[in-house]
Design a protein around this ligand. Structure first.
Ligand code: TXA
Ligand code: MG
Length: 347
């Protein structure tokens, strides 16, 4: 156990003295959890392999799952990426700072512990003022996965990070709830045709508008396919899961409510406690615990991981959740739901 300092920092106007104390830890090779606009990240000096190793230990993360390097200025890309295609620069100019991670061929500067031995590196310039200030003040590029224990939902508040990592890292910056709630979009720009590896707030439609053709990795759509390690290490792991079983009901909008209730009744008849995540205030369910995720894809994205963690505090055995249309931000929401679910029901 190590002593974890927890400090509150303003998201709108980060206090310089507090940022400085966090930056000192990064410089010395320690671990700081900090908010970004997507989810909280667990940061360390990206070019210090010993510091990066601590990230994997604190999270119990498999070594073959590579990390994103966070930068504060676009020009830093050229220090860690070997080839930066024009199309990647177009994305950087359009979406950075923001929730987009770009994969490029790496330079020799990037330690192999960051990339899981791959020849490519994932890079993102976040929008959060706290994240940018921390990167700037430390004078380092910061490697940061989501600040959860491996397999748990990504943290969208400091409280979530405290639950998973207190006693294992040096500092947790509390900057309130994150704005987006789902991890960044990840696109591989090192291939002849760009490949969407993880959907997020920067949508497929927005990327296609900039790039023309984008290949959607089959694993995103839940298609069964043996994922080769070199292709994408992260895709093979189950993620984001609440402790209870998760049943995802999706398809025809008009039939979802009825089907969800029927499934809830079946479980309850077998003596199971049932929770429901509903996206429509007008739908009433008979269940042991019903939580509302808002009726837009934005609100669904923002509260999804937090709801998973809220259900962890209840005694429900099963959570039934309604799907959303796989368009725009809905592609990201459905991707996370598929990955977390133990049973899928199409209506
Ligand atoms: O929003 C986010 O992206 C957050 C915040 C903290 O920035 N970070 C985050 O990191 O979600 P993480 O490590 O939880 O997810 C990174 C994903 C993983 O699926 C990983 O496999 C993939 O990006 N990735 C990282 N480097 C890669 C590489 N070189 N090649 C292929 N995939 C890579
Ligand atoms: Mg993660």
């Amino acid at each position: 156990m190590i002593k974890t300092k927890i400090i509150k920092i303003s998201q709108d106007a980060p206090e310089p003295s507090k940022i400085r104390s966090a930056a000192v830890i990064i410089k010395k090779g320690g671990l700081v959890a900090f908010p970004t606009e997507t989810v909280y990240g667990l940061g360390a000096d990206a070019l210090n392999p010993e510091a990066v190793k601590k990230i994997f230990n604190a999270k119990a993360r498999p070594a073959d799952n590579p990390l994103i390097i966070h930068i504060a200025e676009k020009k830093q890309v050229y220090e860690i990426a070997e080839k930066v295609p024009k199309a990647a620069e177009k994305l950087m100019n359009k979406f950075w700072p923001g929730p987009l991670t770009i994969i490029l061929k790496k330079t020799g500067k990037v330690p192999s512990i960051i990339t899981g031995g791959l020849g490519k590196v994932a890079i993102r310039m976040p929008k959060s003022k706290i994240a940018l200030a921390l990167i700037n003040k430390s004078g380092k590029k910061i490697a940061a996965p989501s600040a959860n224990s491996f397999g748990r939902p990504s943290p969208t508040s400091a409280q979530h990070v405290i639950l998973d990592l207190k006693g294992k890292i040096d500092m947790i910056i509390d900057g309130g709830n994150t704005e987006i709630g789902l991890e960044s979009t990840v696109i591989d720009m090192s291939t002849a045709t760009p490949v969407l590896m993880r959907p997020g707030k920067v949508t497929l439609e927005q990327l296609e508008e900039q790039l023309g053709r984008v290949i959607v990795h089959p694993a995103i759509l839940g298609k069964k396919k043996k994922v080769r390690i070199a292709e994408s290490p992260g895709l093979k792991y189950k993620h984001y899961a609440p402790r209870a079983e998760l049943v995802l009901v999706y398809g025809s909008k008009s039939r979802i409510k009825e089907k969800m209730q029927q499934i809830a009744d079946d479980y309850r008849n077998k003596g199971k406690k049932v929770g429901i995540i509903s996206c429509s205030k007008s739908h009433c369910y008979a269940a042991d615990c019903v939580k509302f995720a808002g009726n837009t894809q934005e609100s669904f994205a923002k509260c999804l991981f937090s709801l998973f963690r809220e259900f962890d505090k209840t005694d429900v055995d099963v959570i039934i959740v309604s799907g959303t249309e796989e368009k725009s931000l809905g592609l990201a929401v459905m991707n996370r739901l598929r990955k977390a679910s133990t049973r899928l029901v199409k209506v």
